[in-house]
Design a protein around this ligand. Structure first.
Ligand code: ADP
Ligand code: MG
Length: 890
């Protein structure tokens, strides 16, 4: 049993601005417990009386300042816990702090860089590394991932890929058995045999969490996530099994409802936003008070689940994440205070050993039989009656399986029955004789067959075949790597189309969910493949199944997505990661080549040594001198070279394996970023679509369009585009809203789906400003391509359509339009045939029209969606549908 108080650590998040002077200081002098001093700035502390500086001092096991690396955090905080879990104790690490203080960054890691990976992936890596090293035990690892939101538990590892909201995930409930042990009903446990499999599960959970989050539930701030590694170990042949659990907990934001002002008031109790954190605090208070008998664990799901971690059988560690900016001072002080209370809690961790009843029964049965046999011998009881047919058959079966069992220590158990012992000898003798006769005949025929061949040749042949096989493998791997690299480059261009095909691909994924056969470690002897294709398939099936965006994107939407993607802040990260991935691929490739070189060099060295040996012996025979007993110098040299080469090979192999993990991680990060991007695009798109429906056509300009998240460059680019809008070959008057959107390149790119109406607009000539000719004409929001020929076709099309409309109407509706001409007959003909392709809204766009005629109405209703398709196909860059028609001259 290990008695230990909960370990508390503090981690300060880097500030956006340069370090804010004087807000805090870390005192490392005190050898054992360093302390963090938080100084309340004047303007917050001045309260009533004076300008005395108030300061607070908190002790922690260790304090990690702004520049602490993830690696350091892992080494100092998580590694010791992981070690005790490997030894069979339960462990918990939880991060506590206000939203944005770096809890998720610390526990899971940043979404951008490989070096930013947090405690979970590093711990997984460490644990699997240790398991591989230790062959004295048999280990099994399972993973579960639970999210608690509003007192409800959800299984984040739901393999059905259907969740689009939290409610779609399986609900998890807490059950308590009579011994007060907590069981989580419906929380799935997934076996992970390798680091990759475990990582895939982590990313599956994170993706599920991201998809399920809506602005309403803000799961990432308000929910708790508990990633659990369940480890069991058993020595071979023993019936005792050890179970240990490691909870890695990302708590909800600890911010409180009300900040009650300044000074002394500032730090008084205030309620948590999250009720379960309030209950957590109550449990912590109860535990830290000496004589409390009742601990209110049952008040909330989270405290129930973490019951053992708090004041129970567990080694627990808390990380207080602090964002020490001025406006966060009060929350930071609350966090530190909470930590001080937590530090008072004593836990008693015990080894969780359990006897496997199945194994125990087998062992006892065996023991009973042995004792009976012994007794029979001691009492000298002899049995004389013949063995039954069934007994004989069973005995023979045992002998057969005994002979087949390759284990050197296998035993033939027949008991102390002389009849059985005799029968065994008889039977074995019979088998031996049979084999002799049979064996000689086979052997002689083999000798005949092979008499022409020397046995050595056969061996050589086998060796050559092996080498051939190895080379084949290497070639295959290199080709796959090359292909993948090529594909990566192409993907940069065809991101979205790839996504769609991957989506389809993932639906036919060969790996059943929850039974990931795809990801697996290569056997150490096989040449390492940098990107394991089956793994990535599994990964994409995990992630892309989650998007819920199964429908095909229309061209316009696709185009919008392209732009959205380009301008999204995350695209920089994705690009960066792509670059790093590429680099890693080529590193892996180069490394693979060096490994092959090293391998063939090892082969050559071995051969040389053998030859040298043979030479020495031959020399000894020919000169009739015994082989010199002193070692041959050349051979020694060769041997040391061989050792050196082997070491190099091993080092490179290890490096390649690490690279593989990194590549896998980066790919997962990118997949996650892609899903996020697509999700945000869908949300933005849906929002735009609704606002377009809500807004009347006349106000259907770009003004209300919400810009999507952008990088500063893209904003700059956009403003440039806007300011240069008249330079695209179209003369656009500056004033008035009406024409702006028409030639706005940006508008073209945004392309809201069927919503926007088409209005007529004539190609303006410099001498006739547009508004002169189409007075009071409402805004046209026809998105244009920027290509002057295509655009002129589009405008001609619109004009022609207007005139068709006028023809079907008894009276000209818009006087301005009746004057319009300029479309070739051919084009008009085409358009006449396409009357059904007219926009239902367009008649609304003419304010001068008092009422609509029946004809116009029926036209409108006949016509709905195909217009958008037609227009959109116009708008695809490079598509010139009407090119074959006579060009329209301005
Ligand atoms: P929380 O989970 O506590 O709400 P996050 O972990 O999401 O906070 O952190 C908020 C932001 O700050 C993220 O963008 C994260 O990448 C960044 N961040 C947090 N801690 C660090 C750190 N130690 N170093 C760099 N960036 C950090
Ligand atoms: Mg978070």
């Amino acid at each position: 049993m290990v008695k230990q108080t909960i370990q508390i650590f503090a981690r300060v998040k880097p500030t956006v601005r340069k370090q804010q002077q004087g807000i805090y200081s870390i005192d490392e002098d005190e050898k054992l417990t360093p302390s963090l001093e938080i100084i309340l700035p004047h303007d917050l502390a001045d309260g009533f009386v004076n300008n005395k500086r108030e300061s607070y001092r908190f002790k922690f096991q260790r304090i990690f300042d702004q520049n602490a690396k993830q690696e350091t955090i892992f080494e100092n905080i998580a590694k010791p816990v992981a070690e005790s879990v490997l030894a069979g104790y339960n462990g918990t690490i939880f991060a506590y702090g206000q939203t944005g203080s770096g809890k998720t960054f610390t526990i899971t890691g940043g979404a951008e860089r490989y070096s930013d990976r947090g405690i979970i992936p590093r711990t997984l890596s460490y644990i699997f590394e240790q398991l591989q090293k230790d062959s004295s035990k048999i280990y099994t690892t399972h993973i579960s991932y639970l999210e608690i939101y509003n007192e409800c538990g959800y299984d984040l590892l739901d393999p059905r890929h259907e969740a689009s909201s939290l409610e779609d995930l399986p609900k998890v409930t807490v059950l308590e058995d009579p011994d007060q042990n907590i069981h989580l009903k419906s929380l799935s446990l997934h076996q992970a045999t390798t680091e990759e499999e475990a990582l895939n599960l982590l990313f599956l959970g994170d993706t599920n969490r991201m998809i399920a989050e809506t602005p309403m539930n803000q799961a990432s701030t308000r929910s708790h996530c508990i990633f659990t590694i369940h480890l069991s170990s058993k020595e071979p042949g023993s019936a005792t099994v050890r179970h240990a659990k490691l909870h890695l907990v990302d708590l909800a934001g600890s911010e409180r409802v009300a900040k009650t002002g300044v000074g002394g008031q500032l730090l008084t109790e205030a309620k948590y936003i999250n009720l379960s954190l309030h209950y957590l605090e109550q449990v912590i208070i109860a535990l830290s008070e000496k004589h409390r008998s009742h601990i209110p664990y049952r008040n909330s799901m989270m405290t129930s689940v973490l019951r053992d971690s708090l004041g129970g059988n567990c080694m627990t560690t808390m990380i207080a994440t602090l964002s020490l900016e001025k406006r966060n001072i009060d929350e930071s002080i609350s966090t530190c205070r909470f930590a001080q209370r937590v530090a008072l809690i004593k836990n008693e961790a015990v080894l969780n050993e359990e006897i496997d009843p199945r194994l125990m029964i087998i062992r006892l049965q065996k023991e009973i039989q042995e004792l009976k046999d012994e007794l029979a011998i001691v009492t000298g009881e002899q049995r004389t009656e013949a063995l039954t047919e069934a007994e004989l058959l069973q005995l023979e079966k045992r002998i057969t399986s005994f002979l087949e069992d390759q284990h050197p220590e296998s035993k033939l158990e027949v008991g102390a029955d002389m009849r059985k012992i005799h029968h065994c000898f008889h039977y074995l003798k019979k088998l031996l004789n049979d084999k002799k006769i049979h064996g000689t005949s086979i052997a002689s025929s083999e000798i005949k067959d092979q008499s022409s061949q020397e046995p050595l040749k056969e061996e050589e042949y086998k060796k050559l075949r092996d080498i051939l096989q190895q080379r084949d493998n290497e070639i295959n791997i290199l080709v796959t790597m090359l292909k993948k690299e090529k594909k990566k480059a192409q993907d940069a261009l065809h991101f979205s189309s790839m996504d769609r095909s991957e989506l389809r691909h993932s639906q036919s994924s060969p790996f059943p969910p929850g039974n990931p056969e795809g990801p697996r470690m290569l056997p150490p002897s096989a040449p390492p493949q940098a990107p394991d294709s089956s793994t990535s398939q599994y990964r994409s099936s995990l992630l892309h199944g989650k998007t819920g965006m199964k429908e095909e994107m229309s061209f316009g939407r696709q185009e919008a997505f392209e732009i959205f993607k380009r301008d999204h802040a995350d695209s920089v990260t994705i690009e960066d990661n792509k670059q790093i991935l590429k680099q890693r691929f080529s590193e892996a490739k180069a490394l693979g080549e060096s490994i092959n070189e090293a391998r063939s060099k090892i082969g050559r060295l071995k051969e040389e040594i053998t030859q040298r040996h043979v030479q020495q012996v031959a020399l000894g025979i020919s000169e009739n001198t015994p082989v010199p007993s002193t070692p041959d110098l050349l051979e020694e040299k060769l041997r040391s070279q061989l050792e050196e080469e082997k070491r190099r090979y091993k080092a490179m192999f290890t490096h390649l394996k690490a690279l593989k993990v990194e590549i896998e991680h980066l790919q997962l990060l990118m997949d996650k970023a892609k899903v996020k991007l697509q999700k945000e695009f869908e949300a933005w798109w849906a929002e735009e679509a609704t606002s377009l429906q809500v807004n009347s056509p006349a106000v259907n300009s770009l003004d209300h369009m919400k810009p999507f998240p952008q990088t500063p460059e893209s904003q700059h680019e956009r403003s440039q585009l806007l300011s240069n809008k008249s330079s695209g070959g179209w003369e656009v008057p500056d004033q008035g809203p009406q024409v702006v959107s028409c030639s706005d390149v940006y508008a073209r790119k945004i392309l809201p789906s069927p919503g926007p109406l088409l209005h007529s607009q004539e190609q303006s000539s410099p001498s006739t400003p547009l508004e002169d000719r189409i007075p009071e004409r409402p805004v046209s929001s026809v998105p244009l391509t920027g290509d002057s020929r295509t655009d002129s076709d589009i405008l001609a099309f619109i004009k022609a359509r207007e005139s068709i409309l006028q023809r079907t109407e008894p009276t000209p509706l818009c006087p301005a339009l009746s004057k319009q001409e300029g479309l070739s007959d051919g084009l008009q003909g085409t358009l006449m045939g396409e009357t059904a392709d007219l926009d239902p809204m367009m008649s609304d766009s003419c304010p001068e029209r008092p009422t609509r005629s029946f004809t116009a109405n029926s036209l409108q209703f006949r016509y709905t969606s195909s217009i958008s398709a037609t227009v959109r196909s116009f708008l695809r860059p490079g598509t010139r549908h009407l090119c074959h028609q006579p060009a329209v001259t301005p």
